[in-house]
Design a protein around this ligand. Structure first.
Ligand SMILES: CC(C)(COP(=O)(O)OP(=O)(O)OC[C@H]1O[C@@H](n2cnc3c(N)ncnc32)[C@H](O)[C@@H]1OP(=O)(O)O)[C@@H](O)C(=O)NCCC(=O)NCCS
Length: 164
């Protein structure tokens, strides 16, 4: 299993993976256009030449980035693929000097295992909701906001997010 940066050759499989879970209401859909435009944000998990997982890191502000479109093929759940993708995204955030990594999610136990903490959505900066207008649940969002405080954040006082 290799975790690596995504290339244009991965986009079709990435889109199918994300769409599978978007159809189930677990994440926002991503168009091909959006994936190509944000390709540099994305990692994939490749197993024997097949892309089995993907996830992107979107920088929102100087101290905040968001994990988006994290998806692992159902046949590979529970094998550590999601963990390795999230760890790669956290490393990327740290290399960029970002102190907090956000996820808006229903998978609270998964993110809890990876060291994320629940935060109040009301404390998040307004700019993070920009893409939510594309979501069917825009008016009644029930996702949980969780934040990971990176090594960069050890000595930084949070500007964007207040812990519960
Ligand atoms: C959430 C998701 C990415 C997890 O990927 P995964 O590869 O199955 O997770 P991992 O095998 O790396 O799991 C890491 C740990 O979290 C636990 N875990 C994973 N999913 C879990 C769940 N739904 N509930 C409880 N624990 C879970 C695993 O048991 C493992 O625990 P361990 O360290 O004690 O063994 C995957 O289930 C998925 O693609 N879900 C659908 C799309 C989705 O909801 N994405 C998240 C959008 S924010």
């Amino acid at each position: 299993m290799e975790i690596r940066k995504a290339t244009v050759h991965d986009v079709e499989t990435m889109q199918q993976l994300i769409q599978h879970f978007a159809d189930a209401g677990l994440m926002l859909p991503r168009s091909y256009r959006s994936l190509y435009e944000h390709l540099q944000c994305f990692y994939v998990a490749e197993d024997h030449g097949t892309v089995v997982g993907t996830g992107g890191l979107h920088v929102l502000w100087k101290d905040l980035a968001e994990i988006r479109s994290l998806a692992v093929h159902p046949s590979c759940h529970g094998q550590g693929v999601g963990r390795r993708l999230v760890q790669a995204l956290i490393r990327e955030a740290e290399q960029l000097g970002i102190s907090q990594v956000l996820s808006l999610t229903y998978q609270t136990r998964f993110f809890d295992k990876l060291g994320f903490q629940v935060v109040q959505k009301e404390t998040l900066p307004h700019k993070i909701w920009k893409d939510c207008i594309y979501c069917k649940k825009f008016q009644q969002c029930d996702e949980i906001a969780m934040v990971y405080y990176t090594q960069v954040g050890v000595h930084v006082v949070s500007e964007s997010v207040a812990r519960i």
